[in-house]
Design a protein around this ligand. Structure first.
Ligand SMILES: N[C@@H](CCC(=O)N[C@@H](CS)C(=O)NCC(=O)O)C(=O)O
Length: 226
């Protein structure tokens, strides 16, 4: 059976809204790999309990296969997707130098997005009198440090179409999803990172990235709205 022949009940279920950069990179990977999936755009605010029924961790993305335990953590989900399609089509570059290069870039991109999410969590989840500006500032310094390294990597890559290897990999997908969240959701100015911004803009113009883009909508800490 090819993926496109899967019936709705045989499809994987992806849980989480596309304004999450982690959910988004999984959706783009599923699409690029031709793996059909059903989607529930549940919010970590108002749909917290529904999400926890699939993953006690209560975070998104969650990927529930048609016939097994749900998986959480986007990187582990993505590794599972690579296993499903096999090494020829996998989105992570093969072991050796290409994978090491990919892991290095992914480490900085992941660090930057984690710091961006921590900056946002401070105002989303904490009341004003419980916020600690020095902590937010520290996160911002760390996020900008990682972005500066990514800028150097993109400047060195110049006009090369993809960052690692000769086709789009998880590196390009993750970089675009994470940087777009930092620009739109954390509102970080990007004048200092022109090569990074230009590379991300090129990816974001592709139809598959447009299909899974949603404007950032902060969840309500009390579960009230988004
Ligand atoms: N390392 C996780 C991060 C997932 C994550 O932080 N998801 C956010 C949405 S962008 C979330 O569920 N936040 C709610 C919470 O942590 O309470 C992954 O890669 O899946």
């Amino acid at each position: 059976m090819t993926p496109s022949e899967a019936t709705p009940s045989e499809r994987m279920l992806l849980i989480g809204m596309y304004d999450s950069p982690f959910v988004r990179r999984v959706a783009i990977a599923l699409d690029l790999l031709g793996l059909p999936f059903a989607h529930r755009d549940w919010s970590v605010g108002k749909d917290f309990d529904r999400i926890r029924a699939y993953s006690p961790l209560g975070r998104v993305p969650v990927l529930a296969p048609a016939d097994g335990e749900p998986l959480a953590e986007s990187m582990m989900i993505l590794e599972h997707l690579d296993d499903l399609v096999g090494p020829e089509r996998a989105l992570m570059p093969p072991p050796g130098a290409p994978r090491r290069a990919a892991l290095r870039i992914l480490a900085f991109a992941t660090g930057a997005i984690e710091k961006g999410i921590q900056i946002n969590s401070e105002w989303i989840f904490r009341p004003p009198d419980k916020r600690h500006p020095p902590y937010v500032e520290r996160c911002r310094v760390q996020m900008r440090g990682a972005l500066s390294e990514l800028e150097k990597i993109c400047a060195a890559a110049g006009e090369r179409e993809w960052l690692v290897g000769d086709r789009m990999s998880l590196v390009d997908i993750s970089l675009a999803c994470f940087v777009t969240y930092i620009r739109e959701g954390v509102r970080e100015p990007f004048e200092a990172f022109p090569a990074l911004a230009a590379r991300v803009d090129r990816c974001e113009a592709l139809p598959v990235f447009r299909r899974y883009h949603a404007p950032f909508e902060p969840p309500k800490a009390d579960g009230g709205a988004a």
